[in-house]
Every structure is written in C-alpha cells, then in structure tokens.
Ligand binder design. Sequence first.
Ligand SMILES: Nc1nc2c(ncn2[C@@H]2O[C@H](COP(=O)(O)OP(=O)(O)OP(=O)(O)O)[C@@H](O)[C@H]2O)c(=O)[nH]1
Length: 397
Amino acid sequence: MEVGVVGKPNVGKSTFFSAATLVDVDIANYPFTTIEANVGVTYAIAEHPCKELGCRANPQNYEYKDGTALVPVKMIDVAGLVPGAHEGRGLGNKFLDDLRMASALIHVIDATGKTDAEGQPTDHHDPVEDIEFLEREIDYWMLGILKKGWEKFAKRIKLQHMKLEQAIADHLSGIGVKEGDVWEAIHRLGLGDDPTKWTDDELFAFVRELRKINKPMIIAANKADAASDEQIERLKKEGEKRGYIVIPTSAAAELTLRKAARAGFIDYIPGSSDFKVLKKMNPQQEKALQLIKERVLERFGSTGVQEVINRAVFELLKLIPVYPVQDENKLADQFGNVLPHVYLLPKGSTPRDLAYKVHTDLGRTFLYAVNARTHRRVGDDYQLEFNDIIKIVATAK
Ligand SMILES: Nc1nc2c(ncn2[C@@H]2O[C@H](COP(=O)(O)OP(=O)(O)OP(=O)(O)O)[C@@H](O)[C@H]2O)c(=O)[nH]1
C-alpha cells in the first residue's frame, strides 16, 4: 500500500514530498526494505490506544508521541506528469511505472492558478483543468493497456467461458487491478457479460470507473497561503462535485515547521494547529514562523499536509491500525513491551489476516484470537476494528 504524490511541474509537489517525508524521529525498524530515490517514508497519524487505556507504549515499528501513533507509510514521488505522458512524452514511461506502484494518489495542484498546464508562470490558469487533465492521462493509459489485443482477448474470454472479472484482472494485473475492482466497475456500469459486445464508449467508461476504484485520489490545493478564500472555496466545491476530497495545503509552511522541529527550535506534531518554541531563534526565523502561524495555522487550522496523508491512508485506502500482542492482560509482547507493533490492514480484515501480516507461519498455524479489550475469543468471522488490540493463538510449530 503506497501513496503516490503527483502533479504537474511547479505546483509544489517536491516541497510536499520533502515535507511529508522529513521525519524527525528515528524508527529502528521500518517494514520496508528497498528505498529508492523517489520513495520515502511518511507517517499516518492516529490516536494511540494508550490515550484511552492510560498505558505506556514501547513502540518498535512505529513512533508514539503525546497520545498519538505515527505509523510509517511508503510514499512515492511520481515525477514527470506533462500532457501526453501516457504516450511517453516527458518522463512518460517512468511516470507510468511509478503510478503503477501507487495504491492511492495525492494530486497536488496550485490553488493560486499561477502555473499553466506545463508548469510555466501565468496569471490565470484554472486548477480545475489540472484535475481533469490528470484523470484523462490515467484513463488513456489504462485504456491503452486494456485495448492491447482486446478483440482477440474478448473472443477468447467468450469461447473458453473464462471468468470475465478474473480474465480482465489478469490482463491488467501490471497496474495492480484486482478481480474485485473489475467486478465493481462492471456492476456499477451494468455492463453485459459478453465483452465482445462492449462498445468503445463502454470500454472508456469501464476504465474511468476502474481508475476511480483502483487509483483513488485526494486533492491537495497547495500554496493555499497565497490563494484567496474564494478560490479555495471554489476548488473545494468543484473537487467535491467530481467526487474528491479537497484539502487546502501549504507544503512550504509544513517543510519549514518540520525543519525547525528537527533542528530543535520548536516542538511540532504534524497536523496540529500550533507549535511550541523551545529555544531562541534569530529574528528572521522568528518572523518566518510567526507568518506561518498567522497566514496558515490560524487561517486553516493546520498546514493541511498531514490531513491529506491521513485521509489518503484511512479514507481512500481504508486502512485501519491494529496492534497484535502476546499477553492480552499486559497488552505486551513476550519481553513486556507494551503495544510494540502496529499494522495497517484493509478494513474488513480478520484476525487471521493480521496473523499472516505478522508472519506467514503465524497465519498458517492460526487457531483463534482474543480481543484484548473485551477478553472475548474471536474467530474468522470477526472484522477487525480501528485500533483493535489482538492476541493471536496458534498451534505450536
Ligand atoms: N506560497 C507557497 N509556495 C510554495 C508552496 N509549496 C511550494 N511552493 C513554491 O512553489 C515553487 C515550486 O515548488 P516545487 O516543490 O519545486 O514544485 P514541483 O511541483 O515539485 O516542481 P517540479 O520539481 O518542477 O516538478 C517553489 O518556488 C516553492 O517554494 C506553498 O505551500 N506555498
């Protein structure tokens, strides 16, 4: 589950990515092994169970701060979006490769309207056009892949009585499309079960629907600090009309705050509406932070960056944090570490899914689980909930 940051040049995409991945705490043990140049680690931030239960956490694969859990999430900087990227223009193919890896997208737009379609300075560009343009790029890219050998493929599905959703999902597996996504797109559109009869319009409608399901997107209306209230309101309305969450952001402000926090000048939890000054700064730095306070934090309630990340993880990807423990009374592992690990799982996951996530062997030998809050035994019919604490019981190996 990776979150991609995408947007045309000069909208503040790199600033957003740098801010989001500038992490001022050390986590010994990231769950990720290969980190490429354009891949970073960000946090989704959620309330920690210890806030409610009054415990003291000893986190091992996440960070705990003031009653919140900072859960690492992989973020990809999807560079090279220019008109025609799906035909290989600009950094086209690299762009599409990165896009392939992303499960959800943060589309950064310039809310001020001062960058044109190619990222050049201008006075009047409508950022709503950028939203439609990105949709089109992805749609044509998916359509290109789907239509490769489509007629032959559709005939074969029919003649060999292949399972339609499965066959199409296999055909599109390179972009991470799953059978359930295909099923949902077909049913939303009411497409017939004979793909040889699908018209070009239907194929296009199908990829559009599939894109909405497979690459859900949130919009960061960036440079909000320099945009008018009317413009922000209009972008929210236009975005919502198209089914998007639109969050005003100031990536530049977030980057400054995180840098100041890392340097020890302030205490700042990403997403919060304030920060605490810890040591004396020079007048210039003081002024910069004062401006951020007035023009961003007081105006919008936060810089918006963390809200975008949280909503991408918890709403678009529908992930929930779950804490496995070995001792359901002490909420600890075998060494006495309280709530040492957290895992992000898709909503609807079961305790067995959690067991597999911890370790394949634990999944294979899973017997049942205990919900540490209720001390009740739960089985495969139990759907895990946000912040559940679960003891897994397995057969001895
Ligand atoms: N006012 C304001 N300016 C910003 C903000 N975020 C970025 N900028 C400015 O916008 C310009 C472009 O920022 P980048 O982060 O380089 O933009 P980009 O989209 O990554 O551009 P490319 O690297 O060319 O793809 C820089 O001058 C930033 O300082 C913001 O939140 N507010």
